[in-house]
Design a protein around this ligand. Structure first.
Ligand code: DGJ
Length: 733
């Protein structure tokens, strides 16, 4: 085609109203498909875009054109009313919108018309991009969907941009919107508190809205994790039934809205929580929402979790394919009381335990205001000269001499009012200019919306790594929520604070990842208050909870395992609940990335020997536990026991962790049928993680059983003894 023809067509197109042009596309179908799920969008007669289907994969392509996209109203379908794919405020939709904009002229309504779409291959799947446009305002909305066929996962996010003369104000800006038409819906949320993370509770969804959200800003997931499940045929079950499992990649305020309308349809609206965040978007700028990641399983949460685990390790966790480092942490052993010789001796302990690394926790920095407790020092990232006269260099040297790697704790987004940083830059902290300051853990959050602060924080990490190439790992903590919400930097644009703060945090994380792609890092926030797939692009694992009482930890790990692979979850053996045996404590920690946070002097020689063996076992079994397929076999929520099995990718190796939590008198225990094995293969059954000298309790110990037998007849793994555990290794012969 000649250039002049193109120009003519473009001019003609511009003279035809957008809604009319979009209506010409009526019936156009956009299929976003995995191997098991179809999400279908259809352009309506009015040129707007509707969700016409979300469910199990449709077998016949021809059926896509017949989908009943007009769903609202009884009797005769009402034109122009349906499941609009990204519903907006101020139009004929009577329920919660995804997008709320007040235009520069004060008009609060937005109508989006289909303006084009394309599909292209991306790493692991296909990306569908859909352009929508308002017909009266220069406002563009772009929807993105990446479908990962093999893992049955879809991730979706949205761009909002405009060319109005003045800024527009965004009051709602969801990542996506999904609709369901089922007789009942049953929500599972993952809520709790410090040391009680990811407790699973369920409830039916009925007419009206249920909102799961957080307003804490930085330590955002303190009370609830950004995860949910909706059972679509009754409460979500482990191995049967249809379930939507969703999570938001946002390390800040999130909100999931579930609304059941007058017809009994459910809309799910995941996104940033717009609480105190009417966002001012300048002309020409783009507002990009966080990614919403979901899977739709028709084989219960077990299959959904396995799909999410595979997806996460392949595409969304830093170094998802690499081995993890076992470690010895000093936090619960020494707290703030340590010096160079003590740390050097702990490094030798780490070596004698057989772990890969020693991790130095809080308390190593600050000179004018030494960090000897949690009331001073954050922000002054210089080694304390009294405790550590040789600085970090002497520590990395000592670690090298001991034969272990060296890791370091930081909390870079925070500042203590008693610090040189605060004395120099009081305007770098988030706090009210005209009110009393409220502190959480005696500290303030740095104003990460300020590029100068971002540079400073990046400089801290970059400086440590440049000057000390021996630092092999970071534990990045975040112990305070945002208090006294006010950004000195944003001045009269305070509505942007919560969002721009998180973007500032990502700016630093991205720069660290780009410059140090191979440095593993643990995401921590007073336990598990940061656990999302955006941060995990930059972190190899997250700390699930400060609660390491094994009886409690079983529930916490159980909850998180619904969304995260064991490889992304850190668990340490500590002194919490010392009345539980070291074996029980270690067996629970061995289900995740194994570490220790305990003084070895607390252990007798037999216990120490047990720990050494358990570390060696974990390292040998890492391919199954970290990279294998997980089966949750017995739920602690439905019994007084818990059993979890991991099978490696070629089904040659399996590990089963069985726990007797608090069984009741004559509690009936059943044999446990295993999953995921090769039925034709013979497996040697070995009880491992035994205390030195202890006899195996498993009748099948030492025997060879076929995969078929293990899956149909099972093993007698459970007992009536409280706080005991059995670990079984299966090796195909
Ligand atoms: C909270 C973390 O969860 C702990 O593991 C420890 O690192 C402390 N912070 C240190 O202040």
């Amino acid at each position: 085609m000649r250039k002049t023809d193109c120009l003519l067509i473009a001019a003609l197109a511009l003279s035809v109203p957008l809604c009319a042009r979009a209506a010409d596309e009526a019936g156009k179908v956009i299929r976003i498909a995995t191997d098991a799920t179809d999400l279908v969008l259809t352009v309506g007669d009015n040129g707007r875009l509707y969700q016409s289907y979300l469910g199990p994969k449709l077998l016949d392509e021809a059926d896509l054109g017949k989908l009943p996209w007009i769903r609202r109203g009884s009797g005769t379908p009402v034109p122009n009313q349906g499941w609009e794919v990204y519903s907006t405020s101020g139009n004929e939709d009577y329920f919660e919108p995804a997008l709320g904009i007040t235009h520069a002229d004060g008009n609060p309504s937005t109508y989006l018309y289909y303006a084009g779409s394309r599909q292209e291959p991306v790493d692991g799947g296909t990306m569908t991009t859909v352009n929508l446009r308002d017909d009266k305002y220069p406002l563009d909305v772009t929807l993105y969907y990446v479908a990962y066929p093999k893992e049955n996962v879809i991730k979706t996010w949205t761009d909002i941009s405009h060319r109005e003369k003045k800024p527009v104000r965004l009051s709602q800006y969801a990542s996506a919107m999904l609709y369901f038409d089922e007789p009942e819906y049953y929500l599972t949320e993952f809520a709790g508190d410090w040391a009680r993370e990811a407790q699973m509770t369920g409830q039916p969804l009925r007419f009206g809205k249920k909102v799961v959200d957080t307003k804490l800003g930085s330590r955002a997931a303190w009370f609830v994790s950004p995860l949910f499940e909706v059972g679509l045929d009754g409460p979500a079950r482990e191995d049967t039934g249809r379930v939507l499992m969703g999570t938001l990649g946002w390390t800040g305020n999130f909100r999931f809205t579930f609304e059941v309308d007058n017809m009994g349809y459910l809309r799910v609206i995941p996104g940033i929580n717009p609480y105190a965040s009417v966002y001012e978007l300048k002309s020409g700028d783009t507002f990009t929402t966080p990614e919403f990641i979901f899977t739709l399983s028709d084989r219960g949460t077990g299959q959904g979790s396995r799909d999410l685990h595979d997806w996460a390790r392949r595409y969304s966790v830093k170094d998802g394919g690499a081995d993890r480092l076992t470690l010895l942490n000093n936090w619960e052993n020494t707290y703030f009381r340590f010096d160079q010789p003590l740390l050097a001796s702990l490094m030798k302990d780490a070596r004698s335990l057989g772990v890969d690394m020693f991790l130095l926790d809080d308390g190593w920095f600050g000179n004018k205001h030494p960090r000897n407790d949690d009331r001073a020092g954050l922000g002054d990232w210089e080694p304390n000269r009294v405790k550590l006269p040789g600085g970090i260099k002497a520590l990395t040297d000592a670690a090298r001499d001991a034969g272990v790697k060296f890791g370091l704790w930081i909390e870079p987004e925070m500042v203590s009012p008693r610090s040189e940083l605060f004395e120099k830059h009081p305007d770098w902290a988030i706090r009210q200019p005209n009110r009393d300051t409220y502190y959480s853990r005696n500290q303030l959050v740095l104003d990460m919306s300020n590029p100068e602060v971002q540079d400073y924080v990046f400089g801290v990490i970059d400086g440590i790594l440049t000057e000390n190439p021996g630092v092999a790992y970071f534990k990045w903590d975040c112990n305070s929520p945002i208090t006294n919400i006010y950004s000195p930097y944003l001045k009269d644009r305070q509505g942007n604070m919560y969002v721009d703060h998180v973007r500032g945090v990502y700016n630093v994380m991205e720069r660290v990842s780009a410059k140090y792609p191979r440095v593993p890092m643990m995401l921590c926030s007073s336990g598990g208050a940061r656990c999302d797939y955006e941060a995990l692009k930059h972190f190899t694992e997250f700390w699930c909870s400060d609660n390491t009482d094994p009886l409690e930890r079983v529930y916490i790990q159980w909850g998180f395992s619904h969304f995260f692979p064991a490889k992304a979850m850190a668990s340490h053996v500590t002194s919490w609940n010392k009345s539980a045996s070291i074996k029980f404590r270690t067996d629970v920690a061995s289900m995740c990335r194994l570490g220790f946070d305990i003084g070895l002097q607390e252990l007798d020689e037999r216990e120490l020997e047990f720990c050494r063996q358990a570390v060696a076992n974990w390292k040998r079994l890492q391919p199954a536990i970290m990279d294998g397929t997980q089966y949750r076999l017995v739920s602690p929520y439905e019994s007084n026991h818990a059993v979890v099995e991991y099978v490696d990718s070629d089904r040659r190796k399996g590990v089963v962790f069985a726990y007797n939590l608090a069984p009741r008198f004559r509690d009936p225990v059943r044999r446990v049928k295993l999953r995921g094995l090769d039925p034709a293969a013979g497996y040697r059954v070995a009880e491992i993680n035994l205390m030195p000298g202890a006899k195996p309790s498993l009748a099948e110990h030492g025997a060879t059983c076929s995969g078929d037998y293990l899956m149909k007849v099972g093993l007698d793994l459970l007992k009536a003894d409280p706080a005991t555990s059995t670990v079984v290794e299966l090796t195909a012969l």
